[in-house]
Design a protein around this ligand. Structure first.
Ligand code: HEM
Length: 512
């Protein structure tokens, strides 16, 4: 370990800490080390260094205030092979990243997302309807919802079923992409660059990259061409890609960048939103008191005769607290995405060397007993005390409520769209349903493992079982009615549907 680096676990010659570097669920090990080595510590990976931040003040200073110096991403050769360097989330802090990022900000403004609320609310009403008709399928209904919202808002084309061609194509391409990105799936190409030159026929990982690239291209550029076709025929529906195509030259985007931006935003927005909502259901089942309090509040504010709308949230401090608590309890990206230092930085006497990888261990911060009372449990009440949920007498001013969406120049550009989805559905869920544990053959509740999560940079609960029942016949009727009324909003996003999709749409609108 070079002088000036923050402390960290003991190293071995040549390997550094490589032999103990966690291959999965790194946030748990990183948090354990933080409790020993402190809020800023370092890991040696061969001759390279990684800095792990589990300290809110350090995150604020280094990642937000000095973002110009910490907004790079570590090089990832496999990502470049698949995306040609055009995936905004993993691409380096480069000219093309800046162009893509600017384009994303141009379309995903708060106002633009508000303009798309009708389709988001219509999709949310289908989600309630799907759960009402087939509660045991809730996990995939939510996944369909997450995907269909982003497909509609971005590409103007919705996925009425989980099996709709575009949804399936996305889930399959995404699965391949995640496999390619998984640590250990490829040789350490970024550490030993000569491996890049192994011919494809001898390198399975290169074949996997080509396969993933083809799958992504087919979907992303297929959607782009469909949007162009609709524009040519004068059938605009106001989706974001239409705007992007119209402003392509002004934004400095070529065809490849436009197609990839549209595609990578599906990646960024689809399963993240779904994972958040799946975690919320897990929490509602595992913490019945919190569920009851949220229901009491929504009953008081809304009653039984109508569904909630986004404007109602202002009147519901407990549900707002529950939404923040779900971000804290099970963050969708427990270590954000790795950043990289562009320059040497100095912080509290430590050196953060140029070129090092920086991990923001948001899990460790959100589960720090120094900051939060009873951090392992889902306790929305903490966010009624103050906006950061910290325990009395603690200074939480280095935190901020939107911290789960990332830091500095890399912070999530989809935050407005995501928050609208989260807010609408969180209210809908507690208004509409009771969520209880599944039972065994003797009728005993089955204990839920609230740590059974998927691996990866973005994580969510693995598929789990629970019982979901409507809270009243009146509410079930309102859900049916709202879903039928949504048909109007859906109609301009339902073109080119397969025969199976058309039949599904007809059947689902005929009866539950
Ligand atoms: C619950 C929902 C979501 C959460 C919690 C979330 C969180 C995050 C986080 C933590 C990052 C990494 C920030 C960093 O490295 O500092 C990120 C990046 C990103 N997110 Fe989201 N996100 C969500 C939804 C969305 C949606 C709906 C979209 C698209 C419409 C989206 C698009 C992106 C993109 C493109 C990036 C990469 C930004 C860059 O590297 O410049 N996300 N998000």
């Amino acid at each position: 370990r070079e002088p000036g680096l923050p402390p960290g676990p003991p190293t071995l010659p040549l390997l550094g800490n490589l032999h103990i570097f966690p291959k999965e669920f790194a946030h748990f090990k990183f948090t354990e080390w933080a409790r020993t080595y402190g809020g800023i510590y370092s890991l040696k990976v061969g001759s390279g260094s990684a800095i792990v931040l589990t300290d809110a003040a350090a995150v604020k200073e280094l990642m937000d205030k000095r973002s110009g110096s910490t907004a790079d991403r570590p090089p990832m050769h496999v990502a470049d092979l698949v995306t040609g360097g055009l995936n905004m989330a993993v691409s380096r802090y480069s000219e093309s990243w800046r162009t893509l990022r600017k384009a994303a900000h141009t379309i995903l403004t708060s106002q633009a997302c508000t303009n798309h609320l009708p389709i988001q609310s219509a999709e949310a009403s289908q989600l309630l309807h799907d759960i009402l008709c087939c509660p045991e399928g809730f996990y995939n209904h939510i996944r369909r919802y997450g995907n269909s919202v982003i497909l509609s808002v971005l590409h103007g084309k919705r996925a009425p079923r989980y099996e709709t061609q575009e949804a399936t194509a996305f889930f399959e391409a995404q699965h391949e992409w995640e496999l390619v990105l998984e640590p250990g799936a490829t040789p350490p190409i970024d550490l030993i660059p000569i491996l890049k030159y192994v011919p494809e026929r001898w390198a399975k990982w290169k074949q996997d990259c080509s396969k993933t690239r083809k799958m992504q291209w087919r979907l992303y550029f297929g959607l782009l061409d469909e949007t162009k076709e609709r524009l040519n025929q004068g059938e605009e529906n106001g989706c974001f890609m239409e705007e992007l195509l119209a402003r392509q030259v002004e934004l400095g985007m070529n065809r490849e960048m436009t197609g990839y931006l549209g595609g990578m935003l599906i990646e960024g927005g689809s399963d993240t939103t779904a994972s958040y909502l799946q975690s919320l259901i897990l929490a509602l089942v595992a913490y019945p008191d919190a569920q009851r309090k949220a229901q009491e509040e929504i009953d008081r504010v809304i009653g039984s005769h109508r569904m909630p709308t986004l404007n109602d949230l202002e009147e519901m401090p407990y549900i707002r607290a529950m939404i923040l608590e779900n971000h804290r309890w099970r963050p969708v990206a427990p270590m954000f995405m790795p950043h990289r230092a562009l320059n040497d930085e100095e912080y509290k006497g430590f050196v953060i060397p140029q070129g090092c990888t920086i991990f923001v261990n948001i899990w460790g911060i959100f589960h720090d007993p120094e900051l939060y009372d009873d951090p392992e449990n889902f306790v929305p009440e903490r966010y009624l005390l103050n906006e950061n949920g910290t325990k009395p007498g603690t200074d939480g001013s280095d935190l901020r409520p939107n911290l789960p969406f990332g830091v500095g120049r890399r912070a999530c550009p989809g935050i407005h769209l995501a928050q609208n989805s989260i807010n609408i559905n969180a209210m809908n869920f507690v208004w509409a349903f009771n969520f209880t544990p599944d039972t065994d053959t003797q009728g005993n509740p089955i204990h839920l493992d609230t740590f059974d999560y998927t691996k990866g940079i973005g994580t969510g609960p693995r598929s789990f079982k629970c019982k979901i029942t409507p809270r009243s016949a009146e509410k079930a009727n309102i859900i049916e009615r709202e879903f039928l009324e949504a048909a109007n909003t859906f109609s301009k996003f339902e073109f080119g549907l397969s025969e199976e999709d058309k039949e599904f749409v007809m059947r689902s609108r005929a009866r539950c």
